[in-house]
Design a binder for this molecule. Sequence first.
Ligand code: GLC
Length: 556
Amino acid sequence: MSQVENSNLWWKNAVLYCLDVETFFDSDGDGIGDLPGLHEQIDYLAELGITCLWLMPFYPTPNRDDGYDITDHFGVDSRLGSIGDVVELIRAANNRGIRVIADLVVNHTSEQHPWFQAARSSKDSPFRDFYIWRSDPPPDTSAEVVFPDQEGSLWELDEQTGEWYFHRFYKQQPDLNIANPKVRDEILKVIGFWLQLGVSGFRVDAVPFLIETTGLTADAISGFGEPHDYLRSLRSFLNQRNGEAILLGEVNLAYQHQLKFFGSDGDELSMMFDFVGMQNLYLSLARADSEPVVNALKQRPSIPAQSQWATFVRNHDELTLDKLPPSQREEVFDAFGPEKRMQLYGRGLKRRLPPMLDGDPQRLRMVYSLLFSLPGTPVIFYGEEIGMGENLKAEGRSAVRTPMQWTSEKNGGFSTAPANRLHAAMATDGFGPAEVNVVAQRSDPGSMLAFVTRLIHRYRDCPELGWGQFEVIDQPHRAVLAHSCTWQGRAVIAVHNLGPDAVKVPLQVPDAAGQVLHDLFGGESCEVDASSATEIELEGYGYRWLRRYRKDDRRI
Ligand code: GLC
């Protein structure tokens, strides 16, 4: 692909930042973060260097599932602001070179959505068929529920009409019936609406569930057709409206099943989170052994040129370890969340990374350095850039959804409301605002914030990482991961020590003859001796990024 063509595919080496408006910055002192508050902080995000902001759901909601239960897909929750505020925010972000994507949650609605209210009012309602119903008692589906602490079945009896409706998530989130052409049209309208207001695409919630046909009648299934054709039609509609818009999908499946969601020609999801890589990264960290993550990366299928993996270490949900076999999951639990109160749903952890690593700054930086050097597009969750922790007393996944910590003051400068009126309590246990906040870190060149900012800027000037050919470089230390990403004659070579002991890594630099290695953080350069290995010294949890380029290459 030429330089000109590359520039269209902005997501190939973007830096995504995910936040929930509710917990970012409260401008009016009601205890709830809001859009004008986020707008006020846009320069913070610009300075950090992110290129795309992913907004978690900001639509009207009763908040049973932190906004993933929507009552109006065309609106903005009045606690957060107005549609006008969204447009102003997008404008402000775009002015700073930041694109905005929004959560597209159309697998289900809230039970309080007017469609569902109408649907449940009578079997004859014109909206009845917007949802999925059955008249005979459902089989036992308790093994399939997503939130086993709260739900026991995928079907809920609706007393009013005596039938059961289908819900993948909480019972307050009835699944939409995508076999109904009217529902499909509404979904297109939602996509069209937000694109028209300026978003550059969507993070698509729960994609495998969105296109599944479970619960539908045989007739409905045959009328609906092939689920992946449907996903392809969404992508095609999206790009007819806006050629550069993306669909970043949540598809937590094994690689071979996940691959299908990119589409054979890259014509379904533009990007997908690498859940398998993420889970194996934790196993590698727990063991101080690079093998699990190396194996995962080697098994990552190759994908169409315009598609991309989204890499991450944490998100707003539990740190799911569901793709690891039980014994490996236990290893990660033992290392990073041994107590029951740290675990969730039997498959994950309700923690952020810094407390899991006992606040070890060197180890924490190594993990983020690794994240940003992996092939793909990194996604960070608000607060990761300053090393925020969690609040284990908070219910379920709320533990990691505590307010952003701006200052060391009361409420971390997030809000002027009394602490008991905050939307969520602050993080605790040594990772609260007194210990971790933006203002203190901003003026400290040795801070986590300064480090992550540097990392983001480095990532941005290493297109090899988003675009390049990935290769693991053999070397003798189990604790070390050495890899290269090669693109257009240059490469970034990254070496990470997942263990606490210092190591000397003999590195056989691929294609070394006549090449120079330049340390992208340290600044020194050295010529590579092609006849022998180059020795790289790493301290415990050390990391290096080296650019390999030809001596006569004038780009730096
Ligand atoms: C996705 C979201 C999660 C939400 C669920 C239902 O998995 O990440 O937060 O609860 O979908 O919408």
